[in-house]
Design a protein around this ligand. Sequence first.
Ligand code: FA5
Length: 340
Amino acid sequence: MFPELEKVHDDAKSSITAITDAEALQAWETAYLGRKGAITLLLRSVGQLPKDDRAAFGQRANAIRDELEGLFRDRQKAIEDIALARSLEEGEIDVTLPGRTTPTGGIHPATRTLRQIYDIWADMGFQVFRTREVEDDETNFGLLNIPPHHPARDMWDTFHTTTPGVILRTHTSPGQIHAMRRFAPGPIRVILPGMCFRYEQISARKEIQFNQVEGLAVGTNIRLSDLKGTITAFARRMFGAERKVRFRGSYFPFTEPSMEVDVECFCEGKGCSVCKGTGWLEIAGCGMVHPVVLRNGGYDPAVHSGFAFGMGPERITMLKHGITDIRYFWGNDLRFLEQF
Ligand code: FA5
């Protein structure tokens, strides 16, 4: 068995020098040093030798195995070095190439407009006051002078919850009651932003979910001219002094008198699906707080007066940027969102 051991030794040494890839090296290791490799099998068969030869054979076989293991490690390192050198050569790094930028999110166009609205009203002394999106029927309608079965309820198609009397707010106006009950009989100057929900036909200008920003000023000697003045100042800052704004007489049960605010459409009256060819888009409803609502809020209408408005930030964004369909806002289409 000694000659056989030396032959395996010579074969192993000569064959490893030709190996240049990791796969062939692995096969070499299996063939000589693996569980069923030539050296391992020879070591295991030491018992078949005459007793006197066993120690010498074992010593030599162990020495050969150690030597071959050393050769294996050296070759492994050499192959790794070759692979590294090759990959550096092939994938040479051009440090002058521009780097890959990590895509970052942006601020949603409706949020941008909301922040602009907050800034403008803050400059006129209005603070943000947040109220709930899920309301009771009484606060959304009743306390705003819209009792059950009042025909004006048709103006707000409502999403009801499974709890009787609990609804998704159809407008931010119930926030007026929350604010008044919180601050009565003191003066109030707040805006109340947030989501509203209406069970209505979706169109280019109407969504079932949209933001509103309510405004409320209560104090002594607050007049209609204060309302018109502040809304006009707001529109000038939001749209620029050249953009036409008009007030139109309207009806809301919680304001008297009531008006709607229209802004010149971006189509300049040529006709589009947003303004339906009228040249104007309504952005807000407003008016002087109705005496019944003042009383429900804890104020004496003989002493106090106030104005209120409710504006639509999505409509304002459409007018500012010439957006032709409100459905883009919540469609999550990056081609739309990335433009802002
Ligand atoms: C109201 O909701 C009243 N609460 C506004 C108000 C407040 C009047 C305080 C008087 C005093 P209106 O339904 O017109 O009114 O809605 C007000 C604004 O919200 C609209 O001018 C429009 O800009 C926006 N808006 C209303 N419905 C939708 C809708 N479906 N999709 C998008 N925006 C809407």
